[in-house]
Design a protein around this ligand. Structure first.
Ligand SMILES: C[S@@+](CC[C@H](N)C(=O)[O-])C[C@H]1O[C@@H](n2cnc3c(N)ncnc32)[C@H](O)[C@@H]1O
Length: 332
């Protein structure tokens, strides 16, 4: 019997490998995926492998763990190990699955938007606390539905903050602004899918510039009860310290605030003061070292009740302040 030609031999090996993976059960696939990601030094390797397996098989997490002996089909295997390879090469899990959860809702994400981060949920918590406190201080009944409230999310990205506010305040009107038309495309689609399209108005805008201050005199300028923003706040000089998947796969416009990182805050604070009602609240996410540069911007009679809250890692992450009545004429 003559031995097979080398080409033929490698084809046979490939086929038997594929056949092997086709019969691979869920438990083994997960173990192999985790090992491959760990070898590539991917952080949260177990979670990433699990999410990619859920995505490739369409199964629920419960069925994954209650029936780990179930074999994958050949197509599932190929999809899963293909995604594991891409994740090992540095592509974020969320770009492979196309989604990320935020405030209990699922958001579509693409390379045009920042992947919503869990720490940004803290911004929503602070905003809700500050509005409730404002009602308490004014001895109003708490406005649970947001009826009559006008809210703004500057730098909306995927629309996650605007949608979280829309969910918390089912009667509020919300402006969601971003300088990136590509991000706004994603945000609009998310809002429509989540059922908020009628209450979130999207606009391309450099900070609040699309909301004309010139209309103030004619009383047509929308004055906000709440302005929330998670602006880009990383310094370009820090770029080399970022994880590769962030630096190479997330949009620069969403990451960098300038050479130092905190450059956008001065305009953001000035414009917020011009667009908030007296008693209106601004809530801003901060970079890990932004506070010393940002806090002095609130040293002005226009602002009162300044506060800073830590995130779970103990980093001073969320700044909030109230627009005082200073500078408002009676006609407003
Ligand atoms: C850090 S991301 C935040 C995205 C989203 N709000 C979140 O929390 O996941 C910053 C967003 O601000 C937008 N942006 C950057 N510069 C801006 C500017 N001058 N005016 C308005 N939006 C801006 C970016 O396009 C990006 O979507």
């Amino acid at each position: 019997m003559s031995s097979p030609a080398p080409n033929c031999h490698s084809e046979q090996r490939k086929e038997s490998l594929l056949a092997g993976t086709a019969r691979m059960d869920i438990r083994t696939a997960l173990k192999l995926g985790i090992a491959q990601l760990r070898a590539a030094r991917v952080c949260s390797d177990t979670l990433a492998a699990e999410l990619l397996l859920l995505h490739s098989t369409g199964r629920t997490r419960t069925s994954l763990y209650s029936h780990p002996e179930v074999p994958l089909t050949e197509a599932e295997s190929q999809t899963y190990f293909g995604l594991i390879e891409k994740r090992a090469a540095g592509i974020p899990t969320q770009h492979l699955t196309g989604k990320q959860e935020f405030w209990g809702m699922e958001f579509a994400v693409t390379p045009d938007v920042l992947i919503p981060r869990p720490e940004t949920e803290h911004l929503i918590e602070v905003a809700l606390d500050r509005l409730a406190l404002r009602d308490l201080r004014a001895k109003h009944r708490q406005n649970m539905t947001g009826d009559g409230l006008l809210l703004a999310d500057i730098g909306t990205g995927s629309g996650c903050i605007a949608a979280a506010l829309a969910r918390e305040f089912p009667a509020a009107q919300i402006f969601a602004l971003d300088i990136s038309p590509a991000a706004l495309f994603v945000a609009r689609r998310n809002a429509a899918r989540l059922g908020f399209a009628d209450r979130i108005q999207f606009a391309e805008s450099n900070l609040l510039s699309a909301i004309p201050v010139s209309q103030v005199a004619s009383h047509q300028q929308p004055l906000f009860d709440l302005i929330v923003s998670n602006p880009p706040y990383i310094g370009r000089r820090e770029a080399a310290t970022l994880a590769r998947e962030v630096r190479e796969h997330e949009p620069e416009i969403a990451l960098y605030g300038g050479e130092e990182g905190y450059e956008l805050y001065a305009d953001l604070v000035t414009q917020s003061a011009a667009h908030l009602k007296p008693g209106g609240i601004v809530v801003l996410e901060l970079g890990h070292d932004s506070l010393p540069a940002v806090q002095p911007l609130f040293d002005s009679p226009e602002w009162t009740n300044f506060g800073v809250a830590n995130d779970l890692a103990g980093i001073l992450r969320v700044l909030s302040a109230e627009r005082s009545a200073n500078g408002f004429s009676r006609s407003r």
